[in-house]
Ligand binder design. Structure first.
Ligand SMILES: Cc1cc2nc3c(=O)[nH]c(=O)nc-3n(C[C@H](O)[C@H](O)[C@H](O)COP(=O)(O)OP(=O)(O)OC[C@H]3O[C@@H](n4cnc5c(N)ncnc54)[C@H](O)[C@@H]3O)c2cc1C
Length: 399
């Protein structure tokens, strides 16, 4: 295993670092205060070629390898984890099409993302089915020989208010069906036209093919305020055969495949946040003096900084190992994806909380970035499977 980055990977890292330095860091605290959805940043990220990394070259995508994807997301997350969550969700929603879709489906559902900036949503979670997604009740039912109707409600869906396309997991035949399918619902009627709107309310979209999609009011969240999260209800949405990805009984397998790919990306979000928390804390503690010394030189405070650095470095190693395993398609990739996700979530929470503490009272003031990082860090331990679910996977694999 080679820890050196290739020239291409090095150039990705430098490009994203520059993007974060110029486009995100100077304004992130202002956007955060105003709860603005940073559509212009998404647009610029698309122009730069750091969005939609999983789209195959056959439909003009970048088809970026998993290790490079992790590096890009890590650097973007150093700027803001709400923005990187929004960006990463495009790949979460689109990876299943890239992995299991036909050439025609890739052309229809992936190519538009390579042609212009737009967002997608991955719709798995439901009010009654969070960690246990098998309890979902959204379902498709045959309408006639060629079409199905989709009904159901999803919650906590990233990008929902701005999405031009939804990747939806649902039961087949009835709400308590044994099989799960994956269907794609494109909103061709809105495309990316109104993405610049700052949604404060929900909306209803009547689909020309039949049925409607109801997007809830954006959630008011503790952290990651620059990502959009809302509920989505599908009411009698007409689904043609060619909107069903792969085998309509293998949705569970597709969820596992996509989460194996995506969990290292959440780990990359955690590592990016942990690094930012360490850096802002180093900067602060090198500046502030108490007891006649810089805080970073007080032995016990120095020990906290060392612990932060160690957690960050270990999480980064776990991330790279998981990305490598996923890249190789190794049979134990799920195990390492879960390890990386938990290690990175722990590092993010630890570095943000210790960092806040080392800022003293100033860390509790919303004007200081460390307070934002401490709020943002919590979700890394929750989305794409809570810590306990990752431990369940690890336990199952090692026993
Ligand atoms: C900001 C945000 C963005 C999100 N984006 C998306 C998205 O784009 N698409 C999507 O589909 N979902 C999304 N989610 C949903 C997210 O993946 C779920 O919230 C998560 O999987 C947990 O489900 P839950 O909230 O229902 O918690 P629950 O499943 O109710 O779990 C609550 C708690 O119970 C405990 N617990 C649960 N299961 C176990 C277990 N097996 N063993 C021991 N303890 C357990 C844990 O402590 C857990 O934290 C998002 C959520 C948030 C908050």
């Amino acid at each position: 295993m080679d820890f050196n980055l290739t020239d291409t990977q090095q150039s990705y890292v430098e490009t994203v670092k520059r993007f974060v330095r110029n486009e995100i860091t100077p304004r992130v605290m202002e956007w955060e205060r105003e709860h603005l959805f940073p559509w212009t940043v998404i647009q610029k990220a698309w122009d730069l070629g750091i969005l939609n990394l999983s789209i195959p070259a056959s439909v003009k995508g970048f088809e970026v390898d998993v290790i490079s994807t992790a590096l890009i997301i890590k650097e973007l997350s150093y700027g803001d984890t709400g923005i990187s969550t929004s960006a990463m969700c495009n790949d979460l929603a689109n990876a299943v099409i890239a992995q299991h879709g036909t050439d025609e489906q890739k052309e229809a559902f992936l190519k538009p993302f390579a042609e212009g900036p737009m967002l997608a949503s991955f719709c798995l979670t439901e009010p009654g089915a969070g960690s246990d997604n098998s309890a979902m009740t959204s379902f498709i039912k045959k309408k006639d020989e060629k079409t199905y109707l989709l009904n159901g409600t999803k919650c906590f869906i990233t990008n929902a208010s701005y999405a031009s396309q939804f990747t939806v997991f649902c039961k087949v035949g009835k709400p308590a069906g044994n099989f799960m399918a994956c269907v794609i619902i494109p909103l061709t009627s809105i495309a990316n036209g109104d993405a610049g709107t700052n949604y404060l309310q929900g909306k209803e979209i009547l689909l020309p093919e039949g049925g409607k999609v109801i997007i809830g009011k954006p959630e008011d969240k503790l952290g990651q305020r620059l990502s959009n999260t809302a509920g989505v209800t599908f009411e009698d949405v007409v689904v043609e055969q060619d909107q069903i990805i792969g085998d309509r009984r293998l949705g569970f397998k597709y969820v596992v495949d996509v989460l194996d790919y995506a969990r290292p990306m959440v780990a990359a979000i955690g590592v990016g946040l942990a690094k930012r928390a360490l850096d802002v804390t180093l900067e602060y503690t090198k500046e502030r003096k108490q007891f006649g010394q810089r805080i970073c030189d007080l032995p016990v405070a120095r020990e906290s900084l060392v612990k932060m650095w160690k957690r960050l470095e270990l999480a980064d190693i776990a991330l790279m190992k998981a990305a490598f395993k996923v890249q190789e398609g190794s049979p134990d990739r799920g195990l390492y994806a879960s390890l990386a996700k938990n290690t990175a979530a722990e590092a993010a929470l630890f570095c943000a909380n210790e960092g806040l503490h080392l800022h003293g009272g100033y860390g509790f003031m919303s004007e200081y970035e460390i307070s934002k990082l401490a709020r943002d860090a919590h979700i890394i331990d929750i989305y794409e499977g809570v810590r306990e679910v990752q431990d369940m996977i690890i336990g199952r694999e090692i026993v």
